[in-house]
Design a protein. Structure first.
Ligand code: F6P
Length: 326
């Protein structure tokens, strides 16, 4: 593997704040190590449509603070087919790209794992998703910024919830993972978080209703993780409205505001460390691994583990939320 001379870099799936910091780090660390860098636009789609540009250090100047991804991103259906992946492989050959660094979430790493094994192609993944749902890393790039965005939004909603003495259901992202909802709820002093990880175990809303939203409060905020398992904020609000017409209920769905914005210092540092580590990994001969950080230590996590293992939520946090929301 010491013979790699040219790497490709792409961002794929949902954008996440800090992706640009990762692109910068990968590019600069590669050039520092004497490698050529080819930027692939629009994720795996750009491999099929041949949208590739050679990157120099200046191409990644002034982007560490920018949200989104300068490489653009896409969710590419064609790459899910063998024909699409064959075209992608031919593009890589044409440009002399000998290894890939793929930045993204679950879908991105799933695509990387399939492609790497089909073509025996070296790929290192970097976890970039606001969902924080990849196993083997304490945090994914973008999660901290999204959490801060949620915190700012919920703080604002609390002003109006308190003034009107309302019950708010606020839906946050996470694609079937409750990290944003649970930690967002703790950070904003919410009354509860309804998350998919425990939705199958108990009727969280039923319990809330039973205990009373308002023992000592005139307003309440419940964060709801988007997921068919929770039912989403709209459905939960409807249920409360029907059963408890005395509550003045409102719903806010935060949506894509959670994916945008300048990355936090934590995300910039995470992205910089992981980006540089991805080049070390390739030069060491690693392949089919995601870069993770566990207890502040860099680790290599096989794609199969990062994707397949469900990352558990810390149940202690649920208890903390319960205790502090009395
Ligand atoms: O994976 C990131 C994420 O924002 C999820 O939380 C959400 O379910 C999904 O992407 C939304 O995807 P899209 O922007 O394609 O609608």
């Amino acid at each position: 593997m010491g013979s790699i001379k040219c790497i490709g870099i792409l961002t794929s799936g949902g954008d996440a704040p800090g992706m640009n910091a990762a692109v910068r780090a990968v590019t600069r660390a590669a050039i520092y190590n004497g490698l050529e860098v080819k930027a692939i636009y629009r994720g795996y789609k750009g491999l099929i449509t041949d949208e590739i540009e050679t990157f120099h250090t200046q191409n990644v100047s002034n982007i560490i603070q920018q949200g989104g991804t300068i490489l653009k991103t896409a969710r590419c259906k064609e790459f899910m087919t063998p024909e699409g992946r064959q075209l992608a492989y031919e593009t890589l050959q044409k440009h002399g790209i000998e290894a890939l660094v793929c930045i993204g979430g679950d879908g991105t790493l799933t695509g990387a794992r399939i492609f790497a094994s089909e073509f025996n192609f070296p790929i290192v993944g970097i976890p970039g998703t606001i969902d924080n749902d990849l196993f083997g890393t304490d945090n994914t790039i973008g999660y901290d910024t999204a959490l801060n965005t949620i915190m700012e939004a919920v703080d604002k909603i609390r002003d109006t919830a308190t003034s009107h003495e309302r019950l708010f259901f606020i839906e946050v992202m996470g694609r079937d993972a409750g990290f944003l909802a649970l930690n967002g709820a703790i950070a904003t002093g919410c009354e509860a978080a309804i998350i998919p990880e425990i939705a199958t175990e108990n009727d969280q809303l039923g319990e809330l209703i039973k205990n009373g939203f308002r023992k000592s409060k005139n307003s309440s905020i419940v964060l709801v993780a988007e997921s068919p398992l929770t039912g989403g904020a709209m459905a939960l609000a409807e249920r409360v409205k029907n059963e408890y017409p005395q509550y003045d209920v409102r719903v806010t769905i935060l949506g894509h505001i959670q994916r945008g914005g300048s990355p936090s210092a934590i995300d910039r540092i995470l992205a910089s460390r992981m980006g540089a580590a991805s080049i070390d990994a390739l030069l060491e001969g690693q392949r089919n691994v995601m870069i993770g950080i566990q207890n502040d230590e860099l680790v290599y996590v096989p794609f199969s583990k990062a994707i397949k293992n469900d990352k558990p939520i810390n149940r202690e946090l649920l208890n903390t939320l319960r205790i502090l929301s009395i």
